[in-house]
Design a binder for this molecule. Structure first.
Ligand code: G16
Length: 567
């Protein structure tokens, strides 16, 4: 097992100056997008130097360790990127992003050094930065620039090597115990991450006396990325606790095929096609399958029957979780009626399939649903703000469940009321109490979500087709349109409407009314494209609406090349 390497500070203003001089920013305006800075790897070195600076300043400012992850997640191998995690393990908040953008675009080295001086505090605190990286060929060199810069600035580094994005966020959260709820035992390193997940999964399954489904292996497509090795380690940790556990067949190792290409969750969810397995032949007809993305922060499930692929995307995961949580909370309350109510709800984005939102309305009531802007940082924030138990999932498979103070208070009261009693409510209490340790509290985590979904299916005695059948997705289509400058597009707060150019929304409304469908467009925060989503009562109408929406964007926003057409 790889243990993190600790590197002490190497304070050196000369080294810092040298790094800044050797890596000047180019002409492109650099933006901290949906998930950090993300660009063609060739232009990233100046960003990495400046992120080393910003992470140090952030740690100084917060007087606590922070994290830096080098990855471009779902993008292809030519891209790379970097994002900063705050001391609570979550994405850096917007004030930090503003500073990062300012620093990344500052061409004058003296001005940049003056800005650094403004942050220096008199305390003896030594900044600490957890760093991690994915399997991309350029990641070691780019990560090294962050490390060199941060050390020259006076930071100590905890280098976790090649880890998933959620593992980096976990390490930061667990390294800052004051942010960790009492029900979760601190497990700051990689070994602890796996044992915590395996033990909580085991504890959750142990609450069920029904027969477990140990037959079919779960096939995991690791997108030729970082999830490959870590899914295997997790499986080993589970088998150490229960050798009869269902086999996990992890395929698509790094290097066997191109990262995220024709494989991985982005491909499976967007193309609605099973992945290519580059390193083995998997007979999908009998299997229960999942696809991760390149840094294992997203997961979607699928199964193939009669040559037809059925996708269980982030929406369907959210529905499974909400139904389970609602049932367990109701069982708890039935045996402990004095418990305070807790606000259980879900956050979706504009990409959520209308059928899933309808299903969630039946389970939670309309007050239990919030639609937020695309991007984990927005949905995470909304879940924490609106709910005591907040499920959030983007349709692309990025999500988790957040448990707030009122939930922990409720569990403590339930424990007092139900102690020593054998009833359904006690089982519900055990189940609910173990969830915060199983479910990554810092960020969406494909490996944690894999275990959570699998445990719920087993507890409910559901097969993947049973799960799939809870509702039928409305036909939808997604597209990308290349334009000269996607920054000309402005949307409303949750990105369901285009505000500028004004004519875009006017024409979209007409197109939607024609097919009784729903469509929106938004500039991507991770790729140089405009994204188009269309949903309608039939596949043909969804294709027609997507084609029309793409044509509107192409015509009104200076399209490049050709607009996509769906037949
Ligand atoms: C990132 C974000 C997700 C977002 C996705 C696509 O995912 O973390 O929240 O849904 O990008 O964003 P956009 O449509 O703006 O390009 P990942 O997995 O690539 O980090």
């Amino acid at each position: 097992m790889h243990l993190p390497t600790k590197l002490p500070p190497e304070v050196s203003p000369e080294k810092l100056l040298q790094l800044l001089q050797e890596h000047p920013p180019g002409d492109t305006f650099l933006n901290y997008g949906t998930a950090g800075f993300r660009y063609d790897a060739a232009i990233l070195s100046p960003i990495m130097v400046r992120v080393g600076i910003v992470a140090t300043l952030r740690s100084w400012q917060k007087q606590a360790p922070v994290g830096v992850m080098v990855t471009a997640s779902h993008n292809d191998e030519s891209y790379n990127g970097v994002k900063i995690a705050d001391p609570d393990g979550g994405m850096m908040t917007s004030d930090g992003e503003t500073l990062a953008v300012e620093m990344a675009n500052e061409r004058d080295i003296q001005r940049l050094l003056q800005k650094i001086e403004q942050f220096k505090t008199k305390s003896d605190f030594v900044p600490i930065i957890h760093v991690g990286r994915d399997t991309r060929t350029h990641s070691p060199a780019l990560c090294d620039l962050v490390v060199q810069t941060a050390r020259a600035m006076g930071s100590a580094i905890i280098d976790h090597g090649i880890i998933t994005t959620p593992m980096l966020h976990h390490a930061v959260l667990h390294g800052n115990r004051e942010y960790l709820p009492l029900l979760i035992p601190p497990r700051p390193d990689v070994t602890g991450y796996f044992s915590l997940l395996a033990q909580s999964y085991h504890a959750l399954l142990a609450t069920s006396h029904t027969a477990r489904d140990r037959r079919a292996p779960l096939v995991v497509d690791a997108a030729c990325g970082v999830g490959y090795a870590h899914a295997q380690t997790l499986h080993q940790a589970i088998q150490d606790l229960d050798p009869t556990h269902r086999p996990l067949l992890v395929l698509n190792a790094p290097g066997t095929g191109p990262l995220n290409e024709k494989c991985g969750s982005e491909h499976v969810q967007k193309a609605l096609q099973p992945p290519t397995f580059y390193d083995a032949t998997a007979d999908l007809s009998t299997q229960y399958c999942a696809s991760l993305d390149g840094d294992a922060d997203r997961i979607v499930f699928f199964n193939v029957r009669d040559d037809q692929m059925r996708l269980q995307d982030g929406d369907k995961i959210a529905c499974l979780l909400c139904r389970f949580l609602q049932a367990e909370y109701q069982a708890l309350q039935a045996d402990a009626p004095s418990l305070p109510p807790i606000r259980l709800g879900v956050v979706q984005t504009a990409y959520a399939n209308g059928a899933s939102t309808h299903y969630l309305e039946q389970v939670l009531g309309p007050e239990g649903i919030v639609i937020a802007k695309t991007g984990v940082k927005y949905v995470h924030h909304a879940a924490a703000e609106h709910f005591d138990v907040g499920v959030y999932f983007e349709a692309n498979g990025h999500g988790t469940v957040l448990f707030g103070p009122a939930f922990y208070e409720c569990m403590a009261q339930a424990d007092t009321v139900l102690r020593g009693k054998r009833c359904r409510g006690s089982v519900a209490l055990q189940r609910l109490s173990v969830l915060p340790a199983l479910v990554n509290q810092a960020v969406g985590d494909a490996l944690s979500d894999l275990l959570l979904v699998d445990a719920i299916l087993q507890i409910q005695g559901w097969s993947p087709p049973d799960w799939d059948a809870i509702y039928t997705d409305l036909p939808s289509r997604q597209a990308k349109v290349l334009v000269k400058d996607r920054n000309i597009i402005q949307t409303n707060e949750n990105e369901t409407k285009c505000l500028s150019p004004v004519q875009v929304q006017e024409e979209l409304e007409i197109a939607m009314a024609e097919v009784k469908g729903r469509a929106f467009i938004r500039p991507s925060g991770t790729e140089d494209v405009v994204r188009v989503y269309a949903e309608a009562p039939t596949r043909a109408l969804a294709n027609q609406l997507a084609t029309k929406a793409a044509e509107i964007v192409f015509r009104l926003c200076d399209g490049i090349g050709e607009a996509p057409v769906f037949g």
